[in-house]
Structure formats: structure tokens, C-alpha cells
Design a protein around this ligand. Structure first.
Ligand SMILES: [Zn+2]
Length: 106
């Protein structure tokens, strides 16, 4: 349940950050390229701009994916216990072992 929530939150954050970052940096980076190359319409400037934006987007996606992966690595809660008489795995709620029929201590 918690990891599903983080999955959705991760996807939303990735999209939201990408959109916000694109809007925030678009004008600034184009202005910088106009200073450096004279015009932002230059193919070289546009390609460099696209590469920079792609690198930033990939880094953020990797960062969010690491957080999502970390939340998935929580060990699942134990659903079984070990019978003290025959040493087999039995359901946690069992009061009698299904394998050796021994009555189990509470
Ligand atoms: Zn047993």
C-alpha cells in the first residue's frame, strides 16, 4: 500500500518537476544562449539546450526512482511461524501444527 502511494507520488513528482523546471528554465536558458550564440534559433544552441534539459530531467527521474525503490525494499511482514516440534513453516495464527498435529504454545 505504502509503495503504491510512493509509485504514484513519484510519477506525479517526476511529471510536475519536469513541467515546472521546463517552464522556469526555458526563458532563462534561451536568454543565456542568445548572449552566447547571438541567437537562440541557432541549431547548435537548440541542440545544447535540449541536451542540458534532458540531462537535468534524467537526473531528477533517477533520484525519484531511487526513493521509490527504497520504499519497495521494506521486508514483508511475516505470514508464517516455525513449528517448535517438526520445524516446518506454518500459518502465524495456527494453534495446532498441520504437519505433525502438535498443539502449539500460545
Ligand atoms: Zn509441527
Amino acid at each position: 500500500m505504502k509503495s503504491v502511494l510512493w509509485d504514484k507520488l513519484g510519477a506525479l513528482l517526476t511529471f510536475a518537476f519536469g513541467l515546472v523546471a521546463a517552464l522556469a528554465w526555458n526563458g532563462a536558458i534561451i536568454a543565456v544562449f542568445k548572449e552566447v550564440f547571438g541567437t537562440a534559433e541557432n541549431i547548435t544552441a537548440m541542440i545544447i539546450y535540449a541536451v542540458i534539459v534532458t540531462v537535468v530531467a534524467v537526473l531528477v527521474i533517477i533520484w525519484v526512482a531511487k526513493i521509490v525503490k527504497r520504499t519497495k525494499e521494506e521486508p514483508p511482514a511475516a505470514a508464517t511461524k516455525e513449528c517448535p516440534y517438526c520445524i516446518t513453516d506454518i500459518p502465524l495464527k495456527a494453534t495446532r501444527c498441520p504437519n505433525c498435529t502438535s498443539e502449539l504454545p500460545k
